[in-house]
Design a protein around this ligand. Structure first.
Ligand code: UD1
Ligand code: MG
Length: 465
């Protein structure tokens, strides 16, 4: 959490509305739990309002949704959740969190910032900008943008350059519908006026809903000042269906790639690299085209990730060089200078400094010592159909190509396993293990066999003809 945005001038309470059904997602999962860059939309909003300096966080949820409550606990452990029993509109939803607005200590956190769980692209900086006019005396600040097509949005109505009301599409006159200045939905209300304004909002409108947006006209009628803060239409995007979800994903990816680049990573073809919200990439890292970073990936300085690699829950230390076509799965740890070549898969395994597996290998539930060399086609046979078992390979060991290491098994430091071995018993340090059929060679036997086979075929074909 950074204190750069908005903590000056007293904290504020953020109320995140997340009680929506999200019917248009056509999903069994609540809309706000759909993910962007492997983090839920709600998670993005919670992260941003925390970064903006919220002193208290209240999340309004549909009653009985344990999955939403779990996500809140995970992404914002100090937040409270407030069930909204009936979905009677955005003002009604904010008031479902009344406890958080008027409880103990509310005086100090005073200001109220309303955020939407389905508007995931708003940055911490924008939340802080939305709140800023309150410190200059505004009672209400609304976030607005010039919509290319304002259909469906509330219109921000002005008179002589001053905001007088927000009108929902369904309640708007023909002339009002022509207004392109649209409400992004989010709002900041000064603590002095918030509860009084919210408490007076009625539901005399086409939807019979309690509209948060009516706080604007009420404030104006009270002679209070209402500020408009501008935001780009891209950032204001609200996600209602999976098409919009993918548009939001593209924006988040562009931001993550840019942050990685500005942090010192070369992305050769950034538009083909997919990052997670929690991906950490160091300096002087090169990422070749078509790489995917799932959740939980940390890449140290100087690493090279070659084309078509897929990483998930993995840690690469300084100077690791992997790919093309490497797959790192849960619990892969590559220490400094590890090299993995094409078609190598690593799961729940630690490779110590300088270890190498250059081709076609599976290392699962394993520990590979420093400088060990794993030959092409080596497989750790970690699963017996019932349980998983560990393979331990010592420092400087050499595993010949096409070996199967049947776990549990230990290969000692400096040991050598002959190519094609099936190793079922542990090998001591510095030992040479060979576990394969002994080769026999019969001089000239190939020719004899070939001629016998040809003769047999000719006699068969002759009978048929
Ligand atoms: C709202 C604004 C509109 C704005 C638009 C921007 C109001 C009245 N209108 O309209 O001016 O242009 O957002 O996208 O605020 N929610 C609840 N409980 C409720 C109702 C809503 O939790 O009872 C939540 C929803 O889950 C959603 C958010 O509040 O996250 C906004 O509600 P929604 O119904 O999408 O409002 P819009 O009609 O889009
Ligand atoms: Mg909406």
């Amino acid at each position: 959490m950074s204190a750069d945005h908005g903590t000056a001038g007293g904290g504020f309470t953020a109320v995140v509305l997340a009680a929506g059904k999200g019917t248009r997602m056509r999903s069994d999962r609540p809309k706000v739990l759909h993910a962007l860059a492997n983090r839920s939309m709600l998670g993005h909003v919670l992260a941003a309002v925390q970064e903006a300096g919220a002193a208290r966080l209240a999340v309004v949820v549909e009653p009985g949704r344990a999955d939403v409550a779990d996500e809140v606990a995970r992404m914002a452990p100090g937040a409270s959740t407030h069930p909204q029993a009936e979905r009677l509109g955005t003002a009604h939803a904010v008031l479902a969190a009344r406890d958080a607005l008027e409880g103990e200590g509310a005086r100090e956190r005073a200001d109220v910032l309303v955020a939407f769980g389905d508007t995931p692209l708003i940055t911490a900086e924008t939340y802080a900008r939305l709140r800023a006019p309150l410190r200059a005396g505004a009672a209400v600040a609304v976030l607005a943008f010039e919509a290319a097509d304002p259909t469906g949005y509330g219109r921000v109505l002005t008179e002589n350059g001053r905001v007088v009301a927000i009108r929902e599409e369904k309640d708007a006159s023909e002339a009002e519908r022509a207004v392109r200045l649209s409400n992004a939905g989010l709002m900041a209300l000064s603590g002095t006026h918030a509860l009084s304004l919210l408490g007076r909002i009625g539901n005399d409108n086409a939807n019979r809903e309690y509209y948060l947006t009516d706080a604007v006209a009420l404030a104006v009628a009270d002679g209070l000042s209402v500020a408009v803060v501008n935001v780009s239409e891209d950032e204001a995007l609200g996600v209602n269906d999976r098409v919009q979800l993918s548009v939001a994903e593209a924006t988040i990816q562009a931001r993550l790639r840019r942050a990685a680049q500005l942090g010192g990573a070369t992305l050769v073809a950034p538009e083909t690299v997919f990052l997670s919200a929690d991906t950490v990439i160091g300096r002087d890292v090169t990422v070749e085209p078509h790489c995917v970073f799932g959740p939980g990936v940390v890449v140290g300085d100087g690493c090279v990730i070659r084309a078509f690699s897929h990483l998930h829950d993995a840690r690469l230390m300084e100077g690791a060089d992997i790919g093309p076509h490497v797959r790192l799965r849960g619990g892969a740890v590559l220490e400094a200078g590890v090299h993995l070549g094409n078609f190598v898969e690593v799961k729940n395994a630690t490779l110590r400094a300088g270890a190498k597996a250059s081709h076609l290998t599976y290392l699962g539930d394993a520990e590979v010592g420093a400088g060990a060399n794993i030959g092409a086609g080596t497989i750790t046979c970690n699963y017996d159909g019932v349980s998983k078992h560990r393979t331990v390979i010592g420092a400087g060991a050499f595993i010949g190509s096409n070996s199967a290491l049947v776990a549990p098994v230990t290969i000692g430091d400096g040991a050598l396993v002959g190519a094609g071995s099936v190793i079922t018993r542990s090998v001591p340090a510095e030992a040479l293990a060979l576990a394969r059929g002994r080769q026999t060679t019969r001089e000239g036997a190939a020719r004899v066999l070939r001629e016998t086979l040809k003769a047999a075929k000719a006699s068969k074909d002759g009978k048929r003809g």
